[in-house]
Design a binder for this molecule. Structure first.
Ligand SMILES: [Zn+2]
Length: 180
């Protein structure tokens, strides 16, 4: 138990991750470590680019979605996602982020969102389906490849002929470690 957070059971959402101390805006709350590469999207996958899905180690995969989250995502030097406070967090508060900050598409949450926020959008969507106002609210707190896709789309609309999006939106896929 280190680092200012712990796993707890919640009434409505199963397990969640809760702060054990306060965090200021901009402070790193959880440091991401990539545990495994995946060949497809699934409920606990983190999307790192249009084509790349990974599993984060530790409690990162246990952090629940909120439509008004207190954390956002920063890419760290290892290529994993850190959770960074976008609102002040007090001890005992649940740590949350918006799945749309990380995943371009969300295919595995068909049920209604349980986050309870006044700004709840009811269905948990990916970045692709996030309203532009929310995208603006999350500026600086989302996986960089998502805004790269949007910028690339805007560039494509501005000038045809179309260019190959995958070749520009992200660097070449590195070989998954340990894929022998
Ligand atoms: Zn919600």
């Amino acid at each position: 138990m280190s680092g200012g957070y712990e796993l707890q059971r919640t009434d409505a959402k199963g397990e969640g991750v809760f702060a054990t101390r306060s965090f200021q805006v901009g402070e790193t709350v959880m440091v991401g470590v990539i545990e495994a590469e995946l060949d497809h999207n699934h409920a606990h996958a983190s999307q790192l680019s249009e084509k790349r899905f990974v599993l984060h180690g530790g409690f990162i995969a246990k952090v629940n979605h909120s439509c008004e989250p207190n954390c956002g995502i920063h890419l760290n030097a290892s290529g994993a996602h850190d959770f960074v406070a976008r609102q002040p967090i007090t001890a005992g508060q649940e740590i949350t982020f918006d799945y749309a900050m990380r995943n371009y598409t969300v295919e595995h949450f068909a049920a209604h969102c349980q986050c309870g926020s006044p700004r709840c959008r009811d269905r948990i969507t990916g970045w692709k389906d996030l309203p532009s106002g929310r995208k603006a609210d999350y500026r600086g707190f989302v996986a960089p490849y998502l805004t790269d896709i949007d910028n690339q789309d805007a560039t494509e609309r501005a000038r045809s002929p179309r260019t190959d999006r995958a070749g520009v939106a992200s660097p070449d896929r590195p070989d998954p470690p340990g894929s022998s």
